[in-house]
Design a protein around this ligand. Structure first.
Ligand code: PEP
Length: 266
């Protein structure tokens, strides 16, 4: 049976500067210990990537990422931040195409594809987000939107690169709203994404996370679905206690005693 690691990813958005990040890290380290088959990812604000990487260097199960990067390594892009800059301070991952980047900052499918390619070329893992808006869902357009967003990345990468890509399904209507997708809603879209990947001959090993108002109360029911390989969490990841609880409850729902966990193929 194929196994993928269970991933808990924290997107801090525009919260926690360096001092708050160090205080979070100290408390979080005291609350958690590594678990085989589980990885913990943090996406702090750009100025806090260095402090978080430094604070977490004793933890092999933790990796730090950027929330956004430019595809060019340097140049006249005021306010931009490049992949070499974030890797220099410890980032090994980057979010790409988060809905707030797509919808508040006008990021296009083409830019998402360019950033994904640039991340892979630089040797960091892109966590590529896809998701439909409420109007799209209500208009019955979830499937074409998800297939279009996934397809833009599929078209930009050779199949061999997909070993290093992670996807997140984040319905826009569920992000920061307190309305999360039901486990059935989430599982259905995860299956759709996996079908799109398999049609293109891409490995069943690509992890697909779910994001959108995940919290300690709902994480276990979401993660019992075999289609979900982890969660991407904003609001509920902002306190060390709350985030440790999400991780703990989610892990109990998923991880096998032998480490890793079983999943359906295809
Ligand atoms: C996110 O920022 O990716 C997210 C899912 O946020 P929240 O958990 O707050 O909905």
């Amino acid at each position: 049976m194929t196994q993928r690691q269970l991933t808990f990813a924290a997107n801090w958005k525009m919260n926690h500067g360096p001092a708050e990040t160090r205080a979070f890290a100290e408390r979080f380290l005291a609350l958690t210990t590594p678990v085989e088959g589980r990885r913990l990812w943090f996406f702090p604000a750009a100025v806090s990537i260095g402090p978080m990487s430094e604070a977490m260097k004793s933890r092999a199960d933790v990796e730090i990422g950027a929330q956004n990067v430019h595809w060019e390594p340097k140049g006249a892009y005021t306010g931009g931040i490049s992949i070499p800059m974030v890797t220099e301070v410890g980032a090994r991952l980057t979010l790409v195409g988060h809905s707030e980047r797509r919808h508040l900052f006008g990021e296009t499918d083409e830019q998402v594809a360019r950033k994904t390619r640039a991340a892979l070329a630089a040797g960091i893992t892109p966590l590529v987000c896809v998701g439909e808006t409420l109007a799209e869902r209500d208009g019955g357009r979830t499937e074409p939107v998800i297939l279009r967003q996934t397809g833009a990345v599929l078209a930009a990468l050779p199949a061999t690169d997909w070993d290093r890509v992670v996807l997140a399904y984040e319905p826009v209507w569920a992000i920061g709203t307190g309305k999360n997708a039901t486990p059935d809603d989430a599982a259905q879209v995860h299956e759709l994404i996996r079908m799109a990947l398999s049609r293109n001959g891409i490995s069943a090993r690509v992890p697909i996370l779910y994001g959108g108002s995940v919290n300690p109360e709902n994480v276990a029911s979401l993660l019992t679905r075999p289609q979900l390989d982890g969660v991407l969490v904003g609001g509920a990841s902002l306190t060390p206690e709350g985030w440790a609880e999400v991780i703990d409850r989610g892990s109990k729902a998923k991880v096998c005693p032998s480490g890793g966990y079983d999943l359906i193929e295809g």
